[in-house]
Design a protein around this ligand. Structure first.
Ligand SMILES: Nc1ncnc2c1ncn2[C@@H]1O[C@H](COP(=O)(O)OP(=O)(O)OP(=O)(O)O)[C@@H](O)[C@H]1O
Length: 651
């Protein structure tokens, strides 16, 4: 039998004459099914490439507790420049109409505008939770003439990569450093390779990687593409260069076909949402083209230096074990005996428990033996502080409430749900906040933009929250619903990491409870605001009629004067005094009006005092501030949360 090592480096075996059996390498499989990794059409490929590179950079900077500084540049490569890059002589077409992709300049302009419009509509529908199809691939896909090409560069100040590992990290599908039981954005060992596979498919150009690790006096430079058939890196250059600036981090550059026109708003939306969930990062986003008015430069500034703690690697929970896993753990363990194995490979099994378990192994062994849930200590949620700060900084709502749930478990994996609900703020195209529910989803601190309708967060917000009972009008108010889920295993549907299904009851109910907690906080505030508004309205109405009422009062008095003069009726002393004052000008219409207004003011302030006394406020109006639970104070700081700001006090 061939050794597995030997088999790995060979091309998948050719089928024998009489056999129908075929084999595929993982790279081939994903090249043929690139849509399952989020590479559906050129526009989506551009979006997913940016996403994969940014998320790798964030994972890398956070793994060394470095405040992320990430520069993303998308450079529009004009056609003749692209042709010279791939060594194609730029030649004018002689018979334009011979080409399948022939399109007049006017038709092209019209098509692009239509595609952009459809994109906007799709984004709007998505924000309302309506299910719709992904944008259709542009018509020019059948021919290459209309294709657009971009150089995507992502530079970070992260850990960098060991020199010798780089070719496999980028040139072998299903290889990575994030397979362990640890909360990371990346998981499958696929994303960067998909960008390379797409570049190979659409442009034939290799990927460039520069990387330096802390303390290295050299920079690793690697230019490679991928041998798709054999799933191995095909190295063009792999060398050490001078690290003159002594910087650490990585810079990845890839040239791909894309469609900026149709995916511009998705990419910018992604960056903004990333800034919401990562307010401790600085992102510099640039789109550069020869047409200067198409250029975009956006700096998402860092607003805090406080990063969530580094997620810890954890062990398997006994309830997550299956036969395959236990076999692998037995093969890989360094422990010599069963007692040590149980203690070392799983969470929540101490020595005495392990001994009891072993004692139980036998016909009476019960699989239902209770275990404590795994703790959430290994997770690194964004934190209420960061979530609130991110929402305030990017969306400027009128009210915001946040909540961080405690760790829970599904299939042996711990998870934490955090939520924020905001109300009001400006209608905003870039941050995509419109009237109605605007749903923002994050998983392991990645914004999720696609497949909104099927996601657990959207479904929960639309179907399981009774917004009216919290005095929130779900169709007219501008409501932001932010839900961030972190876990050692995010149950994404598909490798494209686009949504979390609605079928895991533990997650669905944790999401519901987190949103409800936010709504309860908001309701108190909204009710107070409504009462204050009603009172103001009442006062305005009363004051508005003061002029008419004063006129009517004076009219009555004047009639009484006439009756008195004609001696038809005798008035008592008090009434006579008033009529006397009216005739001597001591009472005028203006004076009556002023008295009425004064009275409204007085009643208003008395009511306000009564309201304040009833609601327990004795002085100036106050803002509610929320203090985090005291357990969290172990971290050496205490957060004070208000709808308008967050204070973090360090000891
Ligand atoms: N900017 C970077 N800095 C440091 N290491 C990186 C960087 N980009 C990629 N890597 C390394 O390359 C590996 C492969 O990356 P890739 O994007 O293919 O997969 P992944 O991030 O592990 O998982 P996923 O497919 O879920 O994104 C990563 O696990 C990481 O170790």
């Amino acid at each position: 039998m061939e050794s597995s090592k030997k088999r790995k480096s060979k091309a998948p075996a050719k089928k024998a004459k009489d056999s129908l059996l075929e084999q595929k390498s993982p790279a081939e499989f994903f090249a043929e099914n690139k849509n399952i990794a989020g590479f559906d059409n050129p526009g989506k490929c551009l979006y997913t490439t940016v996403r994969e590179l940014v998320e790798n950079s964030l994972d890398s900077t956070e793994s060394i507790s470095e405040l992320p500084l990430i520069e993303i540049t998308i450079e529009d490569i004009e056609k003749s420049k692209f042709n010279s890059m791939i060594g194609l002589v730029d030649r004018d077409r002689v018979d334009e109409e011979l080409y399948d992709d022939h399109e007049t300049a006017k038709a092209r302009e019209k098509r692009l505008a239509k595609e952009a419009q459809a994109q906007e509509l799709q984004a709007k529908n998505a924000s309302l939770g309506k299910k719709m199809k992904e944008p259709a691939a542009p018509k020019t896909m059948k021919g290459r003439g209309g294709a657009a090409f971009y150089r995507v560069t992502c530079k970070d100040n992260g850990r960098g990569m060991p020199h010798d590992d780089i070719p496999n990290m980028f040139g072998r599908v299903l290889s990575g450093t994030k397979y362990g039981l640890k909360q990371t954005r990346g998981k499958f060992g696929l994303g960067a390779k998909m960008a390379l596979i797409w570049s190979k498919m659409s442009t034939g150009l290799p990927i460039d990687i520069s990387s330096s690790m802390k303390g290295q006096n050299y920079t690793s430079f690697c230019r490679l593409d991928i041998d798709i058939h054999r799933n191995i890196p095909h190295i063009h250059i792999h060398e050490k260069r001078d690290n003159k600036d002594q910087r650490h981090g990585a810079e990845i550059q890839v040239v791909i076909e894309g469609n900026w026109t149709t995916y511009r708003s998705k990419i910018l939306h992604y960056m903004r949402q990333m800034a919401v969930i990562t307010p401790y990062a600085e992102f510099l986003f640039k789109f550069v083209s020869d047409v200067s008015d198409k250029n975009v430069t956006i700096r998402f500034a860092r607003r805090t230096d406080v990063m969530p703690p580094v997620p810890l690697e954890t062990k398997h929970h006994p309830s997550s074990v299956d036969l395959l896993l236990i076999k692998r753990l037995i093969e890989e363990t360094s422990k010599q005996n069963l007692l040590q194995f149980l203690q070392h490979e799983f969470v929540n099994i101490g020595k005495s428990y392990a001994e009891r378990l072993i004692g139980e192994l036998g016909p009476e062994f019960s699989p239902k033996m209770p275990f404590n849930d795994p703790s959430g200590d290994c997770l690194s949620p964004a934190g209420e502080y960061n979530l609130r700060l991110g929402i305030i900084k990017e969306l400027h709502p009128e009210l915001v409430a946040t909540y961080s749930g405690s760790a829970q478990v599904f299939e042996g994996h711990p998870f934490i749900v955090e939520a924020g609900v905001s109300v009001g703020g400006k209608e905003c195209q870039t941050s995509r906040c419109f009237s109605g529910l605007n749903i923002f989803r994050f998983a392991n601190r990645i914004p999720l933009l696609f497949e909104q309708g099927a996601d657990v967060v959207t479904r929960t917000a639309l179907k399981r929250i009774n917004w009216n009972s919290y005095k929130i009008n779900q169709t007219q108010d501008k409501v932001g619903v932010f839900v961030s889920i972190v876990s050692t295993k995010i149950p994404f549907k598909g490798t494209g990491k686009e949504y979390i299904g609605d079928d895991i009851t533990e997650i669905a109910s944790a999401v519901k409870s987190a949103i409800q907690h936010c709504c309860i906080q908001l309701k108190t505030k909204i009710v107070k605001n409504m009462q204050a508004r009603e009172q103001k309205e009442r006062k305005r109405n009363l004051s508005k009629y003061a002029e008419n009422v004063a006129g009517a009062v004076c009219g009555v008095l004047k009639q009484m004067q006439q009756i008195q003069a004609s001696k038809k009726k005798r008035y008592n002393d008090k009434e006579a005094e008033v009529l006397e004052k009216l005739s001597t000008g001591m009472i005028t219409k203006q004076m009556v009006k002023e008295k009425l207004v004064q009275h409204v003011e007085q009643v208003d302030s008395e009511m306000a005092m009564e309201f304040a006394a009833n609601s327990g406020v004795s002085e100036e109006p106050r803002e509610s501030i929320y203090l985090q639970s005291l357990e969290a104070a172990e971290d050496n700081f205490i957060d004070l949360h208000s709808p308008l700001f967050v204070f973090r006090l360090f000891r």
